[in-house]
Design a protein around this ligand. Sequence first.
Ligand code: SF4
Length: 188
Amino acid sequence: MRILLHQCCAPCSVYPVKELKEGGYDICAYFFNPNIHPLTELYARFEQAVLFSRAQGIEMIADETYGLTDFTRSAAFRENMRCAFCYSSRMEKAACLAAEKGFDCFSTTLLYSRYQKHELIIEICEAAAKKYGVPFHYEDWREGWQYGIDESKRLEMYRQKYCGCVYSEEDAFKGRLAKKFAKLKEEL
Ligand code: SF4
């Protein structure tokens, strides 16, 4: 069974790739994440994904499209709903590519993360599967959360500190940096 596995990053791929290999799947990883900002961060995750695919001996379709302008225009004035657009844009592309290239099914490593909106991802993947006529392979890979963390650390992978977009970077750091900003201002 040939599967096109959309890959959000290498650390999130560790457990899904292990499970799919054990299940006898022939995996092609597909890196396409124009939601990752800034460009240097996209490069760091892209590079680690390529290294991971090479080490795993799996085929890879690597797309380095950077989408800051399109992404922020789509999110403007509805920032709280940005994840739906973000998932859709990537899953539509994955399903379309899987259909075009004759894969038996597609899936995404987003299903590994405890921080993602799991049910929304399923809903969007099922809609994309229907639209492009290619089956969506679902597994709840969150059960391998700790395994993925331990292995990615053992393999000394680059591990990102925020989801991807500029908004998520702010969410991840604003609390920690608020105290540092305040401290520096006190020293003026
Ligand atoms: S928080 Fe993550 S999933 Fe949501 S829009 Fe940003 S990059 Fe995409």
